[in-house]
Design a binder for this molecule. Structure first.
Ligand code: F3S
Length: 394
C-alpha cells in the first residue's frame, strides 16, 4: 500500500498511518473491524475540508471495512424546514456524496453502536467522535484511540490502524479512583458528573465506584462519557460492577489518585446559565435512543410547545420511532425529530437561535463555548417543561 501498488488514494492513507505510527512509536499495524468517521458537518469542515474529501474520493479512495459516518450539520432531508440556508445545505450534501462514493454508510450519527456498528469486546476499531470512542472503549470493551477525521478515514481505506495507546492492554489501566458519594438520578446528573470528572482527570482513565441506587443504562453511560470527553479528553472509563473491563485487580493502578465527588453542584453551576426565555430545547446529544424518544413523547403528554423542540437521532432510530407512533406524538405537540444532525456543526446563528435548553452536558459545554449561546442545562423533565412553556421552569 505504501509503495503505491493499490493506487494513490490508498498510498496516501497508508502514509498517514505510518506517520502516526512513528509519532506514537507504534508496535506495528492492527486490522480494524470497523471505522467511524467524524469531520462531516460543513460548518466544521468548510470549503477546504469539502475539497480535501472530494479529491480523495476522486483519487479512488474506497473503504475496506464497514465504515459509518458522524452527524452532519443538518437533517439531510428536512433541512429546509429547519431553516438551514440553501448554500450551506448544498455544500453539506456534496460532502455526504463524496463519503458515499468511498463506500461509507451515510449513517450520520454519533451513536453508531445503536444502529448496527456495534463492536465486540476486545475488537480493534478506529473510531473518531469522542463520545462514541468513549462508549466503544468503556461500555462495549472494544479498543480504539480517539482518531481524528483523516486518520479514521485512512484506517477505513487501508483496513488497519497504528497499534499504540488504547489498543494495548497495558494502557487501559486507570490511574484515578473516583468515589461518587451522591445520588445520580438522571441523564443530566451523569452529564454533570462527567463534566466534573473530565476536568479533574483530563485525558487519564478514571475508575468509578458509584454509591447511588440503580444501575446506569446506555443513556446515562453515553451522557457520562460524552461529558468527560468534552470537559476533558477521556477516551476510556471503568465503572465497578457495570463496564466489562472494570476489575480492580486488573485495571486499577496500585497508586491510583483518589477523587471524591460529594455533589454535582460544580457541574450544574458551570453548565447552567440564567436565561429565562427559551428559543429551542435540544435533546439527543449524543443522538437519542428509542427510549429517550419515548420519554419525551410521554412527558409532552399531548401538550403544545411554545419553544422549538428538536430531538436529534439516527435516521434508523427515527424510522423505528415512526413505526411506534412516537414521531407523530412529538410532532402533534409541535416538536421535531431531526435525523442526521448535530447542532454544534449547524449554522445556529443564521437559524435565529440564541437561547437553548438541553439535558446534555456535552451540548451545554459546546453551545456556550463554541457558539456563545445562552444555555440552560437540566434534567429531561425540566427541558420538556421549558419547551411547553417557552420559559425555563422554576
Ligand atoms: Fe453527537 Fe453532536 Fe453531541 S456529534 S455527541 S450530537 S455534539
Amino acid at each position: 500500500m505504501l509503495a503505491g501498488d493499490y493506487g494513490p488514494a490508498t498510498k496516501r492513507a497508508m502514509e498517514i498511518l505510518v506517520a502516526l505510527g512513528k509519532i506514537y512509536a507504534a508496535e506495528g499495524l492492527v486490522p480494524v473491524a470497523s471505522v467511524q468517521v467524524a469531520g462531516v458537518s460543513y460548518g466544521n469542515l468548510g470549503q477546504a475540508g469539502l475539497e480535501f474529501i472530494q479529491e480523495w474520493a476522486e483519487q479512488g479512495a474506497r473503504v475496506r471495512v464497514p465504515t459509518t459516518l458522524n452527524p452532519a450539520g443538518m437533517d439531510l432531508e428536512a433541512w429546509e424546514q429547519l431553516g438551514v440556508p440553501e448554500e450551506y445545505a448544498q455544500c453539506q450534501l456534496k460532502i455526504i456524496d463524496a463519503y458515499r462514493v468511498m463506500g461509507i454508510v451515510p449513517s450520520c450519527s454519533c451513536t453508531p453502536y445503536l444502529v448496527g456498528n456495534r463492536p465486540d469486546l476486545g475488537q480493534h476499531i478506529a473510531w473518531s467522535e469522542s463520545s462514541a470512542v468513549s462508549y466503544a472503549n468503556s461500555v462495549l470493551g472494544a479498543r480504539t484511540n480517539r482518531e481524528g477525521g483523516p486518520s479514521a478515514l485512512a484506517a477505513a481505506i487501508t483496513g488497519r490502524t497504528a497499534k499504540y495507546g488504547l489498543h494495548l492492554e497495558k494502557n487501559r489501566q486507570a490511574r484515578h479512583l473516583v468515589q461518587v458519594n451522591c445520588a445520580l438520578e438522571s441523564v443530566a446528573d451523569f452529564g454533570a458528573l462527567g463534566y466534573i470528572v473530565g476536568r479533574e482527570v483530563e485525558d487519564a482513565i478514571p475508575y468509578f465506584r458509584i454509591d447511588s441506587p440503580g444501575k446506569p443504562g446506555p443513556e446515562e453511560l453515553k451522557a457520562l462519557g460524552a461529558a468527560m470527553a468534552a470537559s476533558g479528553a477521556v477516551a476510556l472509563y471503568h465503572i465497578e460492577g457495570i463496564t466489562p473491563e472494570a476489575n480492580a485487580h486488573t485495571v486499577l493502578a496500585d497508586d491510583a489518585v483518589p477523587v471524591i465527588v460529594e455533589g454535582l453542584d460544580e457541574g450544574y453551576e458551570a453548565l447552567d446559565g440564567t436565561a429565562q426565555e427559551i428559543d429551542l430545547v435540544w435533546i439527543g446529544c449524543p443522538h437519542a435512543s428509542l427510549r429517550e424518544l419515548a420519554q419525551v413523547a410521554a412527558l409532552l403528554g399531548g401538550r403544545p410547545t411554545r419553544a422549538k423542540l428538536w430531538i436529534t437521532t439516527a435516521r434508523a432510530v427515527l424510522g423505528e420511532a415512526r413505526i411506534r407512533g412516537l414521531v407523530e406524538t412529538i410532532e402533534r405537540s409541535g416538536g421535531q425529530v431531526v435525523a442526521d444532525a448535530c447542532l454544534i456543526g449547524a449554522p445556529v446563528q443564521e437559524m435565529g437561535l440564541s437561547t437553548v435548553a438541553t439535558n446534555s452536558a456535552k451540548a451545554a459545554f459546546y453551545l456556550h463555548g463554541h457558539h456563545h449561546l445562552e444555555v440552560r442545562f437540566g434534567p429531561l423533565h425540566r427541558c420538556v417543561e421549558a419547551a411547553v412553556k417557552g420559559r425555563w421552569p422554576g
